[in-house]
Write a protein that binds this ligand. Structure first.
Ligand SMILES: Nc1ncnc2c1ncn2[C@@H]1O[C@H](COP(=O)(O)OP(=O)(O)OP(=O)(O)O)[C@@H](O)[C@H]1O
Length: 295
């Protein structure tokens, strides 16, 4: 069987009666820069924690780096770089001690990589962790995940708390790693960053994967965002979503026949017309989140 960085089949985790994930199928190939998109509570962290063996699945199976998640959790954790969505560290420790502890757990000397990452992310290693801001604590987690140069990075909402400059530097580091062969799997609800950096993505909703494809194909839909100055009744056209009308500007997502749109607009007094491809954010919100069907 072809090797996969991550493969999950019918993976299910219930917390008592509460759904975490429910029958989740997922495949991530080695070398992918993979985005995992979903709204709050969709099951992103549950998926990640189950894949790493930190919590046990209720049913289903999965392998990470060809290792069984239930039998080989320790080996998986040793080989993966994991950034949890919220990190907590022992108070009283300085950043350099935390980084050293994390490296020692993997029996690796990561001093040079840690120094370079801290320099690029502007993280002062002499500071005590409890004195750091939320964003700087996030950077400590990032360096812990990256310093041992793992073959697979699993990053749970990595950019929360980072300012735009730091986000840019962080993604530059990930891109460099990915070009050298590291597989990157990152969860996010910020669609623009997934669209910008990831080559493939899966959309999770209510514990299930509802779409998984290349980002280009996910973002392709027949729908167009139509915007113009003028007036139009919302029911004048079929297949219209996300209708807004403010200050004489009408805007909607149209997924119907082009001829019908043109004929309808031709009968109106229309100014400043634009017909554009919606971005991934609009597509996920309007075509995946509601019914789960793609346009
Ligand atoms: N320890 C727990 N006990 C009970 N229910 C839980 C527990 N952890 C998560 N859940 C539930 O499982 C579902 C999925 O949560 P999860 O944290 O995996 O979502 P998420 O996609 O990571 O969300 P977010 O973007 O808000 O972090 C939610 O309904 C959540 O309430």
């Amino acid at each position: 069987m072809e090797s996969k960085a991550i493969i999950a089949e019918n993976l299910t985790k219930f917390y008592g009666k509460a759904r975490g994930i429910d029958g989740l199928d997922l495949e991530v190939a080695p070398g992918d820069f993979f985005g995992f998109i979903g709204p709050n509570g969709a099951g992103k962290s549950t998926t990640i924690r189950t894949l790493l063996g930190l919590i046990s699945p209720t049913s289903g199976k999965a392998q990470v780096l060809d290792l069984d998640i239930e039998k080989n959790s320790r080996e998986i954790l040793r080989r993966v770089g994991y950034l949890p969505s919220g990190s907590s560290f022992y108070n009283g420790m300085r950043v350099r001690d935390i980084l050293k502890l994390s490296a020692d757990l993997r029996r690796k000397n990561c001093d040079a990589a840690a120094a370079e990452l801290c320099e690029r992310l502007q993280l002062d290693r002499s500071r005590k962790v409890e004195d750091l801001s939320f964003g700087n604590r996030k950077k400590v987690g990032i360096v812990c995940a990256l310093q041992h140069d793992p073959e697979l990075l699993i990053l749970d909402e990595p950019t929360g708390g980072l300012d735009p400059l730091m986000q840019h530097e962080f993604f530059s580091i990930l891109q460099e790693r990915n070009q050298k062969g590291t597989t990157v799997f990152l969860s996010s609800h910020i669609l623009s960053e997934i669209q910008r950096y990831c080559s493939r993505a899966a959309v999770i909703r209510e514990g299930k994967i509802i779409a998984c494809d290349s980002v280009d194909r996910l973002a392709k839909t027949g729908a167009r965002r139509v915007t113009f100055r003028g007036t139009l009744q919302p029911d004048a056209l079929p297949d219209v979503r996300d209708w807004t009308e403010t200050d004489g500007t009408v805007s909607f997502l149209y997924n119907g026949e082009t001829n019908r749109l043109v004929r309808t607009l031709a009968g109106l007094d229309v100014h400043e017309l634009t017909i554009a491809e919606p971005d991934l954010e609009e597509i996920v919100i309007h075509f995946y989140q509601k019914g789960g069907e793609q346009a």
